[in-house]
Design a protein around this ligand. Structure first.
Ligand SMILES: C[S@@+](CC[C@H](N)C(=O)[O-])C[C@H]1O[C@@H](n2cnc3c(N)ncnc32)[C@H](O)[C@@H]1O
Length: 341
């Protein structure tokens, strides 16, 4: 049954599924709030035995202890994917037919290749524990979009995150913005936000996952924005040298191995015209590793994030571009790096 849209994403197939997904989101809100309490935030000291009921009460006060918090985080994420896959699965044929139909519709366009060979670093790991990842389930775009709705606790239903980042991002000093490229565009929320900000510009979004660019195109057509999407690797996009004024990437770099990240920075440099801007929002980096500690536990399916946050990403951009400015603004919850070619 078609129940219309929530923001720009197709609603759950029935009210029962929607209620389940709201419940899962509720668990995540509860967990996020309780996770900030001092009792939950500190590492659980498994050697400490409560000496009294009062002691136990103190240990548990303010929220679940850290292991429970982490387990709830992971379990609620598993529930989220299972619920989303189930609800869209009820009308799988209809949604697949919809994708086929939209492939040929405008405004904008989509290019993808059914014979595309996914690189091993991408296809052999699990992102966000999403079954089928970004590529193996043809409905991955729908599924990821609803999953991120829950991840952002319904605060991104109208692309508020990407729209804010795009609004805060600077323009090249000469003001010329004719072509924009969003790398790792997922469902195309930054790409459409760029088109809204620069209506005259030709906007492209690329992503390695075919289901992502197909859904991104469908979403842009529904919104009525002319954006072009292409299945491509960010490290080898196939676009000509100096063909973009802005190259942008939001939370892409923590999801690729460091060596691929370096290739993507070099590709962005190649693609920009002199004076063009490379704009990256992602996790903070350059965080020193504490000696003799094991890597951060990965409960949420971020296989490359630990390497990334400890890497000298800032230095990498500076080496390739010769400059980089890092800014933290209160409204963008992640650091923004801007480099000029
Ligand atoms: C966390 S999502 C990015 C979110 C997105 N930028 C947004 O605005 O919501 C990471 C995306 O990068 C894509 N990706 C991962 N490695 C890639 C690569 N080497 N080239 C292109 N896309 C890649 C994934 O398929 C996924 O859609």
């Amino acid at each position: 049954m078609d129940r219309g849209f929530v923001g720009t994403m197709p609603a759950a197939t029935d009210r029962e599924d929607e209620a389940y997904l709201e419940f899962v989101e509720g668990i995540r809100i509860f967990n996020a709030l309780s996770g900030t309490s001092p009792a939950a935030a500190r590492e659980w000291d498994t050697t400490h035995q409560p000496g009294s009921a009062e002691d136990l009460r103190t240990m548990l006060s303010g929220g679940p202890p850290r292991p429970v918090n982490r387990r709830l985080y992971r379990t609620s994420q598993e529930m989220m994917w299972q619920g989303v896959i189930e609800t869209y699965g009820k009308r799988k044929d209809e949604l697949l037919a919809e994708l086929d139909r939209y492939d040929r519709l405008g405004p904008g366009s989509v290019q993808w290749d059914p014979a595309f060979v996914y690189p091993d670093y991408f296809a052999s790991v699990e992102f966000h524990i999403q079954p089928g990842n970004y590529h193996a389930d043809p409905l991955a775009g729908y599924i990821y979009h609803y999953g991120t709705k829950i991840f952002f606790l319904s605060r991104n239903d109208d692309d508020q995150v990407q729209r804010t980042l795009v609004r805060l991002s600077p323009a090249p000093a000469d003001g010329l913005v004719r072509r924009i490229l969003d790398l790792g565009c997922s469902v195309g929320q930054a790409a459409t936000a760029f088109k809204e900000r620069y209506p005259e510009a030709e906007v492209w979004g690329i992503d390695v996952g075919a289901p992502m660019v197909r859904y991104a195109h469908k979403r842009a057509v529904d919104i009525g924005l002319e954006v072009h999407f292409k299945q491509a690797l960010a490290e080898a996009t196939g676009f000509p040298d100096a063909s973009f004024d802005i190259v942008h990437a939001f939370i892409l770099f923590h999801e690729v191995p460091l060596a691929i990240g370096e290739r993507i920075v070099r590709e962005a440099h190649r693609l920009l015209r002199p004076g063009g801007l490379f704009i990256v929002e992602d996790f903070p980096t350059n965080i020193p590793r504490r000696p003799n500690t094991s890597p951060r536990r990965d409960d949420g399916g971020e296989p490359y994030a630990d390497d990334y946050v400890h890497s000298d990403f800032h230095g990498l951009i500076r080496r390739v571009f010769g400059n980089v400015i890092e800014s933290y603004t209160p409204k963008s919850f992640l650091p923004m790096r801007v480099a000029t070619k």
